[in-house]
Write a protein that binds this ligand. Structure first.
Ligand code: ZN
Length: 186
């Protein structure tokens, strides 16, 4: 890969929106302007995702309520997938349902067993308006479903059930990044 083509190298790291931020819990709007602003947004999203050691990031996680996500994520065969999708639609999600550990840059340091389909296909557009189709399996299929959820105002903990849900919400309430944290200051 040519150095200049590595995504995010020209981007700026932006602050992450965290659980409880209204932007994270509201559906994002369709992108209608495929101009330089959109390309800059995608660059900033890559820079922010890499700085936080994430495998995927949705635009509302940096406070921009537009339907865009980026990813740099391996699948279960260790094939690396890198890209972005504008106005993505999850057109297929099937195969076996697997519960696996899932985390999110908007709930730093936490994870919980979350059920996802083992296979997913997303269709959308590049920043240039070219159609793209992104199929994924395993861990990458999980990532695609996770990012599509974000753009609909969903967070993975919404899909966690029972004691797992109670535990992760308790951990979130106590987390140092939570402004309503009940943890003692240190
Ligand atoms: Zn997330």
């Amino acid at each position: 890969m040519r150095h200049g083509s590595i995504p995010g190298t020209r981007g700026h790291v932006r602050p992450l929106t965290l659980l409880g931020d209204p932007l994270l819990h509201a559906p994002c709007e369709e992108v209608t302007d495929y101009g330089p602003e959109l390309a800059r947004l995608v660059e900033d999203m890559f820079a922010t995702m890499y700085a936080a050691n994430g495998v995927g990031l949705a635009a509302n996680q940096i406070g921009v309520p537009l339907r865009v996500f980026v990813y740099d994520c391996p699948d279960d065969e260790d094939v690396r997938h890198v890209g972005h999708v504008v106005n993505p639609r999850l057109i297929e999600a099937d195969g076996v349902v697997l519960r696996g550990p899932e985390g999110c840059l908007s709930l730093p340091g936490l994870e919980a067993g979350t059920e996802r389909y083992d296979r997913a296909v997303v269709e959308g557009f590049t920043v240039d308006g070219e159609p793209v189709r992104v199929p994924g399996t395993g861990w990458f299929a999980r990532c695609l479903q996770h990012e599509c959820d974000h753009l609909d105002g969903g967070v993975y903990v919404d899909r966690v059930t029972g004691w797992r849900h109670r535990r992760v919400m308790r951990q979130a309430a106590r987390a140092p990044w939570n402004r309503r944290s009940t943890a003692a200051p240190h």
